[in-house]
Design a protein around this ligand. Structure first.
Ligand SMILES: [Zn+2]
Length: 167
């Protein structure tokens, strides 16, 4: 891993340790040429994913963006950050396991909704109201009905929540 200070490739790993949940490995590195020290993170990536937005625009999948839109929905909710981290990792793993490199943004939105529904009702309603782009009160009532376990009538999902996190 090239030294960020002097550009040398003559660098060594001094220390490796997994994060608490063992999904990442943090490595402390030192450059043999300039003595510079820096840190790298290693995380499993099964597949290079490309997101296809509703506009047809393609962009590389970005885990950090997904995390940000989830965190917006969960703002000030009493949910352990480790659970959020696991939830996002779970979504990414499911996307990777779909067997396609191209993923529609609607698919990501649907998985986020499923995950939030299991994690926190308030965050689910927040995310869904943006994602489904509600225009009328009855849309909201349909969603609350869904939470209460009744049938949903509106499957016409939009990907605005994902889109707003992109821009
Ligand atoms: Zn260096």
């Amino acid at each position: 891993m090239r030294c960020p200070y002097c550009g040398s490739t003559n660098t060594q790993v001094k220390d490796s340790r997994p994060s608490e949940d063992h999904t990442t490995i943090r490595r402390r590195r030192v450059c043999a040429d300039c003595g510079g020290r820096y840190t790298t993170f290693e995380r499993v990536q099964l597949r290079e994913l490309t997101v296809i937005k509703r506009s047809g625009r393609r962009m590389p999948f970005d885990r950090d963006k997904l995390m940000r839109s989830v965190q917006i929905a969960l703002r000030k909710r009493p949910v352990d950050p480790e659970r959020i981290e696991r939830m996002v990792s779970g979504i990414v793993r499911r996307l990777e396991n779909m067997g396609e490199n191209d993923i529609r943004s609607e698919t990501i939105g649907r998985l986020v909704m499923e995950a939030l529904k299991a994690l926190d009702d308030v965050a689910y309603v927040r995310f869904a109201s943006v994602y489904k782009n509600f225009r009328e009160a009855k849309d909201f009532e349909a969603l609350l009905g869904e939470l209460a376990g009744t049938e949903s009538t509106d499957e016409d999902a939009a990907d605005e929540a994902i889109a707003s996190a992109d821009d």
